[in-house]
Write a protein of this length. Sequence first.
Length: 103
Amino acid sequence: RGSLLGQGSYGAVYKAQDLDTGLFFAVKQTPFHDTGNEDDKYMQQLRVEIDICSSLRHPNIVSYLGHQCVDGNMCIFLEYVPGGSMAGFISEFGPLASPLLQS
């Protein structure tokens, strides 16, 4: 596991490196509790997040690379974008102007 990039109520995001290509990517790691119940709200939320991430394609949106259950955690693999988080940017520089967000 690489360096911690961020942490929230549902898990943590780590920086990782593909040993074959040397490319960096982000891993969102969330505890996975397989209860066998398809209606489990938590599992449904994970499925929705994966469905949304996997369907988005835009140069300004982090790319979804895949997902896998590893050691009791659901790992969602995402493009790594250096330079910090959007939350950190807004904290340092303030909110972005509407015209900038729309461009």
